[in-house]
Ligand binder design. Structure first.
Ligand code: AMP
Ligand code: MG
Length: 327
């Protein structure tokens, strides 16, 4: 089976071609163009969608030629139908719909967050993990039970990615800022006490964001270091409780923030204490990409009929724990 996957939920427009055999999947191409707002600014949905429209044709052509296939070779096309920014989501849906209707190729709308998890499982080999999904749009601790991913903890306000990006923008970085914050944090070990807020098994980051902004005027590196230490310790505590409760023997971390070495180090320590195996999505595939959408579409096509064109909707707030999975 050969699939094309289209990702356009937020800052990234990406097309990927994957081949699925009976046992596994192979990424033949994964081409991306990332919209970058000016320094100090967040994603402007209309401008991001304009960026995606401008690059969609070139990204699609490049992904097909890199994979060495033509559109007629494709068995299915899938696209990220949500959650995400409406104007951005619609670009991917339109491209997928056009390919599907012109070439009569079955089409599959895919949940973007499920895409992060499925691609993580393919690339790490994790079988039955507790999942930590940390990205621009999500901060969730999840375990799979009875055909659905169940939430064992999540953020009560902003996500970990938003915390890093909003703080980063306030000190002049351009979004996404996680990498810049990590680099600056690595230049010091001076911890300044910040609000630590774990409620039940959920976390809350908005108070931490305000407090970190207020100490940044004194010392930016210390603020970055202390922000990472506090936020990652909160997440690690919630993960540790969930590991202990679910007794899972695997932890898998996916989403853009998985690229952070300090977060990974803290979570590895948690896993050691619980004798759980630690899996982290490879850096190249941690952030949003067409492969996550393509692979999930290929998995769905095993048991699910393709969507009619009328069903090729987009849903800005489509929670992953509402998706029934039976492949
Ligand atoms: P995604 O939405 O999955 O593409 O993830 C994007 C998020 O990952 C943004 O909030 C980035 O700031 C964050 N991110 C990327 N690299 C790093 C890093 N090295 N450390 C922390 N966060 C990161
Ligand atoms: Mg994402």
């Amino acid at each position: 089976m050969l699939g094309l996957g289209i990702e356009s939920t937020a800052h990234t427009f990406s097309c990927a071609v994957l081949e699925k055999t009976r046992k596994t999947g192979k990424i033949l191409s994964d081409v991306r163009k990332i919209y970058r707002p000016s320094e100090g600014e967040g994603i402007h949905p209309r401008e991001a969608s304009r960026h995606h429209i401008e690059h969609s044709s070139a990204v699609l052509s490049e992904s097909l030629s890199e994979a060495g296939v033509t559109i007629r070779d494709l068995d299915i096309v899938s696209y990220a139908a949500g959650p995400g920014l409406g104007p951005c989501l619609r670009v991917g849906a339109v491209v997928a719909r056009a390919i599907s209707s012109y070439y009569s190729i079955p089409i599959y709308p895919v949940n973007h967050a499920i895409g992060h998890i499925e691609l993580g499982k393919l690339l790490t080999g994790a079988q039955n993990p507790l999942v930590l999904l940390v990205s621009g749009g999500h901060t969730m601790i999840l375990a799979f039970l009875n055909k659905q991913w169940r939430v064992f903890g999540e953020t009560l306000d902003i996500t970990l990615g938003q915390l890093l990006d909003q703080f980063g923008r306030s000190i002049g970085f351009a979004s996404p800022c996680g990498k810049n914050i990590e680099e600056l944090a690595n230049t010091t070990t001076n911890y300044v006490t910040l609000p630590y807020s774990v409620k039940g098994n959920d976390v809350s980051f908005s108070g931490l964001l305000s407090a970190t902004k207020s100490i940044a005027s004194t010392n930016k590196p210390d603020a970055c270091f202390s922000l990472q230490e506090t936020a990652f310790a909160m997440i690690s505590e919630a993960v540790e409780r969930a590991l202990s409760f679910t007794r899972k023997k695997e932890l898998m971390v996916v989403g853009g923030v998985a690229a952070n070495k300090r977060l990974s180090q803290m979570l590895q320590d948690v896993c050691k204490r619980h004798k759980a195996k630690f899996f982290i999505v490879p850096l190249k595939y941690a952030g949003d990409c067409g492969s996550q959408i393509c692979w999930t579409g290929l998995l769905e096509s095993q048991t699910k009929k393709s969507a009619s064109l009328e069903q090729t909707f987009v849903t800005q707030s489509w929670r992953l724990d509402s998706v029934v999975i039976d492949y």
